[in-house]
Design a protein around this ligand. Sequence first.
Ligand code: ACO
Length: 326
Amino acid sequence: MTITRSVIKGCGSYLPEKILTNHDLEEMVDTSNEWIFQRSGIKERRIAADNEFTSDMAIKAAKQALENSGYLGDDIDGVIVATTTPDETFPSVAVKVQTTLGTKRGPTFDVQAVCSGFVYALSVADSFIKTGIAKRMLVIGAEKMSSIVDWTDRRTCVLFADGAGAVIIESEENSQGTINDRGIISSHLHANGKHREILKTSGGVSSNGKSGIIEMEGKEVFKYAVKYLSEVVQEVLEYNNIESSQIDWLVPHQANIRIIEGTAKKLNMPMDKVIVTVQKHGNTSAASIPLALAEGVNSGKIKKGDLILIEALGGGLTWGANLIRV
Ligand code: ACO
C-alpha cells in the first residue's frame, strides 16, 4: 500500500535584534540571573522592536524557509500561522504573509493553540496535504509575546520572548506507510479546558476589549506539562510501535529546561539528542519549535533521514506531538 506523506522541504527562522539578558531583567524587577537560570535554563531572550510586528517576523522566517527549499511564494498552496499574538484581531497574520510572499491560492489562516500552536498547525497542514487540498504548505510559528507580558510581574516576564520559525512541507506520493518514510509519520493532539485558568490572559476582545496580559500559576503548569508531555511521547512510541532509541532527535517546545529534561528522561534519551535553545531564545510560544528545528538543521545536527519527535504544551491546556522523518 502506498500513501501520501508531507515532507519537510526547508526551514527558516528569525529572531529580533534586541537581546534582553537576565542581568537586564535584574534592573527591571526583583529577580536575579541565578534564579532565572536555575528555574528555567534561560540566560537571554530576544525582544521585538516597538514597530516590529508578528507578521514582520513571520515573513522573514518564511522567506528563509522558501530560500532553503528552493521555492517561490507562488509555488505555495496555503499558509498557516500559529500565533497567539497577531498584529490585529483580524485579518490574520497569514494573509499578510501570503500577499507579501506572492502566494496566491489555498487555505490561509491563523491557528491559536498558544505554545502548542506549531504542533497543531503542522498537523492541520499535513491533513490538507494528505486529503489532496494542497500539495505544498507554508507553516509558521510567530509570536510577539513581549506585547502581552506584564513587565512588572517577575513570575512571568523573565520567561517569554519573541521570534518566528517556518517550514515548507510538500506532498510525497508513493510512501510505504511505515516509519521509514520521509515526512510526518503521525500527529497526536490533545486539550483539556478544565485547566484553562492556570495559564491565560487577563482579557480578550469579546470580554473587556483588551488583549490582556499573561497570568500564570507556574507550579501548576509545570506539573501538568511534565504529566501530559510524558503521556503524549509515550503515545507516539506505542502508536508507531517504536522504541525511543529509534528517535534521532527530540525537538521540544522550549519553555523550561527542567520540563525538557523531564521529557527526555521519560524517553530515556540523553540530552545530547535533544535540541535545546531555551537558554538563548526563552519561551517564544508557538515559534519555539520551528526556531529549534531550524537551528538543529542549520547547525548540521539534524540530517536528512533523521527521525525527530516534536512536542509541546501550552495554555488551554493544549498539548501534542508529531513524529517526523526529516
Ligand atoms: N525572580 C525571583 N524570585 C521569583 C521570581 C523571579 N523571576 N518569580 C517568582 N519568584 C519567587 C516567588 O515569588 C516565590 O517566592 P515565595 O516563596 O517568597 O512566595 C518563589 O520564587 C518560588 O516561586 P515558585 O513559583 O514556586 O517557583 P517555581 O520553582 O515553581 O518556578 C517557574 C517558577 C519557573 C515559573 C516554574 O513553575 C515553571 O517553569 N513553570 C512552568 C511555566 C511555564 O513554562 N510556562 C510557560 C507557558 S506553558 C509552556 O510553555 C509549557
